[in-house]
Design a protein around this ligand. Structure first.
Ligand SMILES: CCCCCCCC/C=C\CCCCCCCC(=O)SCCNC(=O)CCNC(=O)[C@H](O)C(C)(C)COP(=O)(O)OP(=O)(O)OC[C@H]1O[C@@H](n2cnc3c(N)ncnc32)[C@H](O)[C@@H]1OP(=O)(O)O
Ligand SMILES: NC(=O)C1=CN([C@@H]2O[C@H](COP(=O)(O)OP(=O)(O)OC[C@H]3O[C@@H](n4cnc5c(N)ncnc54)[C@H](OP(=O)(O)O)[C@@H]3O)[C@@H](O)[C@H]2O)C=CC1
Length: 515
């Protein structure tokens, strides 16, 4: 019997961010591997006109729960949603719900965060830092708490090249910073944000670094562990190979490439692309929860959850496999044939942006206007360029993370646990993973059926013919203009044509002689 699965049976678990990408995969695996878990409390806020209950009812219908639904049809009875808003005092949890959590919860997984790179500093602080602080206050009063697992990011300390499994001192005193932004005007905060975040690339990584320090300070009160995943991608095996449900990390760019929209991207082809499958992160989280509760390490253990140091793969290789997969399994109604120029040279990238993005977008918008439709391509590309700008910090450089704690934990697991909660990325076969990632994005994110592939291939052939016809016409037009204007070009043209003619005559004559 698996020790990890057995540990969670009979336990009460609290998950924040359960409606998010990782939260859902965590809940699914927990409920499937430990069907006798006592209860899984999830903190959920009402959103987009939907009440908490409506959101949860819709969520449990999601395909991600298909496997657990098959194994335990009543799995949703274990899920106990609690109305909460992490940016509010006391997380806006009612006194009754709060009492229930304080008396029941054994393990906390804190996943909720804003992961947007362009989040205004005030909001990122409110959620990622002050929300975490509020949760820690709640956790302090939990009578049966055995482990508190905080999900950070491998990029929380991306201002360093070599990142150890330790908590680095924060750049500012968190309390002072929070007090400051509380009374400062929004526009002033916006203006001083670059100065405040210093050598962090965005408010997300900066606030995640501050949160780590806060979490560590609670070490006297309960058992804590921090997990730092790198760029979380589609799942490797569970619940299905290629499972993905949002456009974050590399997924949006991969889809944009598959749709033939993204034709050039600024990356260092030789830099390590530190992708990590979501199920690897989830397996590690459950193993860490067990280890922290059962073995009670004396210090706060930090687990860098990365692939680069163990089984490295570069952006150039990813680009190659993404394009080749989408050529074999095209997405529907692609804008152009998938192709990706990948360079870290700013000028070359700008050139390709003009030629391969802006020019086709303008032409297409012109065509839409002519046919009485609303132009939209330029808007899509402007959005894509904004995203590319925010992501390039991560694609043009490499980091080194030590992963001793992840390796140590692996040695602590029984063979059964190592199989059921596999986080050994040495076994990851990248080309196969990327292929499943792309196909998963097609199936689960874009809801495209695999039976539509012949039609999608037909569409690609049509695009290829349009491209050939367009290129030939363009070449002829340019050449005609050139010839009309320059005597020298005319002479060269006549010279080339007469040379071709002579060659043809020679071959025809020699073949006639041979017969
Ligand atoms: C040949 C190809 C090779 C591939 C090359 C790969 C390139 C590199 C890729 C990446 C590497 C770097 C990664 C580093 C990671 C660090 C790790 C972590 O620790 S944390 C997690 C990371 N967090 C994020 O990934 C948030 C990043 N995203 C954002 O901050 C925002 O999304 C932003 C600023 C980039 C764009 O914001 P907006 O406001 O323009 O757009 P919005 O709100 O995101 O999306 C609007 C709607 O469009 C959809 N959408 C987004 N992207 C789409 C797409 N590509 N295609 C179709 N729809 C898309 C969305 O689902 C959304 O839909 P609705 O309004 O909810 O219905
Ligand atoms: N995805 C990645 O590549 C990586 C993620 N991480 C970390 O993993 C964790 C989970 O990320 P991921 O699942 O991808 O993120 P998602 O954006 O998919 O999910 C975020 C979750 O946080 C919840 N949340 C956001 N704001 C609030 C709020 N004010 N009150 C209550 N809940 C809120 C969201 O709820 P709602 O549905 O209501 O919006 C959602 O459930 C984060 O801590 C992130 O920093 C680390 C490294 C990489």
């Amino acid at each position: 019997m698996s020790s990890i699965a057995a540990y969670y049976n009979g336990k009460t678990v609290l998950i924040t961010g359960a409606t998010g990408f990782m939260g859902k995969v965590l809940m699914e695996k927990l409920l499937r591997s430990s069907p006798d878990v006592e209860a899984v409390y999830i903190l959920v806020r009402p959103k987009a006109g939907q009440s908490m209950q409506e959101r949860v009812a819709n969520m449990v219908k999601s395909k991600v729960f298909d496997r657990v639904r098959e194994d335990c049809p009543n799995f949703q009875e274990k899920i106990k949603p609690i109305n909460a808003e992490l940016t509010q005092p006391n997380l806006a949890i009612s006194a009754k719900d709060s009492q229930e959590l304080l008396s029941q919860v054994n393990v906390v997984f804190h996943c909720a965060a804003t992961v947007r790179f362009d989040e205004p500093l005030k909001h990122a602080l409110l959620l990622n830092v002050m929300g975490t602080q509020q949760l820690l206050l709640l956790a302090r009063q939990m009578q049966k708490l055995e482990a508190f697992i905080h999900i950070s990011t491998a990029y929380a300390n991306c201002n360093k090249r070599n990142i150890e499994e330790v908590i680095y001192p924060p750049p500012v005193e968190t309390k002072k910073l929070c007090d400051l932004v509380e009374w400062l005007d929004e526009s002033i905060i916006q203006e001083i944000t670059p100065k405040l975040i210093g050598d962090w690339p965005n408010t997300y990584t900066y606030t995640k670094a501050l949160a780590e320090y806060l979490v560590q300070q609670e070490k006297e009160h309960f058992n804590i562990a921090i997990i730092r995943p790198s760029i979380v991608g589609a799942s490797w095996h569970e619940p299905f190979p290629g499972w993905i449900d949002n456009f974050n990390g590399a997924s949006g760019m991969i889809i944009a490439a598959g749709k033939g929209i993204l034709q050039t991207v600024k990356v260092n082809n030789d830099a390590v692309a530190d992708l990590i499958p979501v199920d690897v992160v989830i397996n590690l989280m459950l193993a860490v929860g067990w280890y922290t509760a059962v073995h009670r390490p004396k210090t706060v253990m930090v687990y860098n959850c990365t692939t680069g140091g163990i089984n490295p793969f570069c952006w150039g290789e990813i680009g190659y496999h993404v394009i080749s997969t989408f050529k074999r399994n095209p997405l529907e109604q692609t804008f152009r044939i998938p192709k990706a120029q990948m360079t870290s040279n700013h000028l070359i990238n700008q050139y390709w942006i003009t030629v391969s993005h802006k020019a086709p977008a303008m032409l297409y918008d012109f065509y839409l206007r002519l046919t009485g439709r609303k132009p939209r391509m330029m808007k899509i590309f402007n959005r894509l360029h904004k995203s590319m700008m925010l992501l390039e910090y991560f694609t043009c450089q490499s980091w080194e993370w030590s992963s001793e704690n992840m390796n140590m934990l692996m040695t602590q697991l029984s063979p059964e646990d190592r199989r059921l909660f596999n986080f050994d990325v040495r076994q990851l076969h990248w080309s196969e993973y990327i292929e499943n990632y792309c196909i998963g994005a097609k199936k689960y994110l874009l809801n495209e059926d695999m039976s539509g592939i012949p039609a999608a291939k037909q569409h690609l052939r049509k695009l290829r013919n349009i491209q050939y016809a367009f290129n030939t016409t363009l070449l002829v037009i340019i050449w005609r203009i050139f010839i009309a204007r320059s005597q020298m070009a005319r002479n060269i043209w006549y010279f080339v044509v007469s040379l071709c003619y002579k060659f043809l005559s020679y071959f025809r004559a020699s073949s006639t002689l041979r017969h």
